[in-house]
Ligand binder design. Structure first.
Ligand code: PAF
Length: 290
């Protein structure tokens, strides 16, 4: 696996592949890689000749009170995992490579970023869209891969791709879970033993709503209340939101007509966790189609 730290190095490496007509898949990450990230690499390898992975802990998407400085950085382990996972190139830029002195250009999706995580994480999605657009410009992939766990992020990025007519297919891949249901996340390593014991309660709560949905329940209030009731059984969990929204607009729905996205966020102790499920559909309903 080739490792590039500058834009110039990366462009030179990918120019050779492009010159041979090889297709490029791209998996942007913030490192601290787990099986969820590897599933994106695997999918990219199936669908492209070459796979580029970036690891960049993006300061622009962290609020002043968030965990940027302590966000886990596990470069050596990540490199080993990617090597084994068959990635062809790892892009590891320094902060100044992405945000050189004088940087002042941002990309913002204005509406989809307002609800849900946007309510408490001001500027977060602006940081995500700015860095992803810049990485897309640097890597110029045919396809890019994101996880459904960050469903709002995937929907915001899909909008950006469409609005700016980017020639990139955005693929959203299913959430990977621990055996007890906890969605894989780099932040899970922050959890204490007691918090980790309660963590599967999040997916259990979504599962409760899914069971009701499969039994025929379509009312948003009943479905949301079922999730809240389950979450209420977790003494260490402080919910931030439980919402049932339209997959296109992220606006709340009163009834699930055909499909809808059920999302939750909150803090388990001090760790912020999110999870979601598509009722009446699947993750492929997110992202762009080729
Ligand atoms: O999902 C993430 O890890 C990050 O938000 C991303 C897409 C790599 C942008 O920094």
């Amino acid at each position: 696996m080739k490792v590039c730290r500058t834009v110039q190095e990366l462009r030179e490496a990918t120019r050779v592949w492009r010159g041979k007509g090889e297709s490029l898949g791209f998996v942007p990450t913030m490192g601290c890689l787990h099986r969820g990230h590897l599933s994106l690499v695997e999918r990219s390898r199936r669908e492209n000749d070459k796979t580029v992975v970036s690891i960049f802990v993006n300061p622009l998407q962290f609020g002043p009170k968030e965990d940027f400085s302590v966000y886990p950085r596990t470069e050596e382990e990540d490199r080993r995992v990617l090597e084994q996972g068959g990635a062809d190139l790892l892009f590891l830029p320094r902060v100044e490579e992405i945000y050189p002195p004088g940087f002042q250009t941002y990309c913002e999706v204005t509406q989809l970023t307002k609800p849900l995580c946007g309510l408490t994480r001001e500027g977060h999605f602006r940081g995500v869209t700015t860095v992803v657009l810049k990485l897309f410009n640097i890597v110029s992939p045919q396809r890019a891969y994101f996880g459904q766990k960050d469903a709002q992020q995937a929907i915001v990025l899909t909008r950006m791709v469409e609005d700016l007519a980017l020639n990139i297919n955005l693929r959203v891949c299913p959430i990977l879970r621990e055996q007890d249901g906890l969605a894989l996340s780099s932040r899970n390593r922050y959890l204490s033993r007691e918090e980790r014991e309660q963590a599967p309660g999040l997916s259990r709560a979504l599962g409760r709503a899914e069971s009701l949905f499969l039994e025929g329940e379509r009312g948003a209030r009943v479905l949301r209340d079922a999730v809240r009731e389950e979450l209420g059984r977790l003494p260490l969990f402080t919910p931030e939101y439980v919402e049932l929204v339209d997959l296109g607009t992220l606006l709340p729905v009163e009834r699930v007509e055909s499909k809808a996205l059920l999302l939750l966020a909150g803090r388990l102790g001090r760790t912020r966790l999110i999870d979601n499920i598509v009722l009446g559909g699947t993750y492929v309903d997110l992202g762009t189609q080729e």
